[in-house]
Write a protein that binds this ligand. Structure first.
Ligand code: FES
Length: 173
């Protein structure tokens, strides 16, 4: 359990666009803070060793494993969790793609798969299958939903390309 140190200098963190301060031990893993203090339960605790990817968040737009990042390591940086991508009412296009492709069985790995996809598609909206496989290769799915997950990433890329360059109708509408 992370300890509160009232004498510590407060750390300023920006999470899903909101800036907040904490006096927790600076060594506290980001994942603990997100889940235990902010009830942001999108990121999951899997291995706790940086190996499975279930705790993935974005730090300045890049995928990072929140179980092994101390709070002091993300001061002043923009952290995005699954909750920051989209909502139930308005899911992100990546989340829509995963729903459409039914790319989940138990769902435990999904946070990591979706956040890795967000990181990949921020770099390219036309990833090859090899690039997708390579990006997700260190994220574990124990149920074997890989085929659906890869299809979901391709669908997400397509949706995001279309959103960026919407097809113009016959009459320019
Ligand atoms: Fe962080 Fe497994 S819980 S990588």
């Amino acid at each position: 359990m992370p300890s509160l140190n009232i004498n510590a200098t407060p750390m300023s963190l920006t999470i899903n666009g909101q800036t907040l301060e904490t006096r927790l031990d600076p060594e506290t893993p980001l994942l603990s803070f997100l889940r235990n203090d902010l009830a942001l339960n999108g990121p999951k605790y899997g291995c706790g060793l940086g190996q499975c990817g279930s705790c993935t968040v974005l730090v300045d737009g890049q995928a990072a494993r929140s179980c092994v990042i101390p709070l002091e390591g993300v001061q002043g940086r923009a952290i995005t969790t699954l909750e920051g991508l989209g909502t139930l009412a308005e899911p992100h296009l990546i989340q829509q793609a995963f729903i459409t492709e039914q790319a989940a069985q138990c769902g435990y790995c999904l946070n990591g798969m979706i956040m890795m996809t967000a990181s990949l598609l921020a770099r390219t909206l036309s990833p090859s299958e090899q690039e997708i496989r390579s990006e997700l290769s260190s994220n574990f799915c124990r149920c074997g939903t890989h085929v659906e997950i890869i299809r979901a990433v391709k669908r997400a890329a397509q949706l995001m390309r279309e959103a960026k360059h919407p097809q113009v109708g016959k009459h320019g509408t």
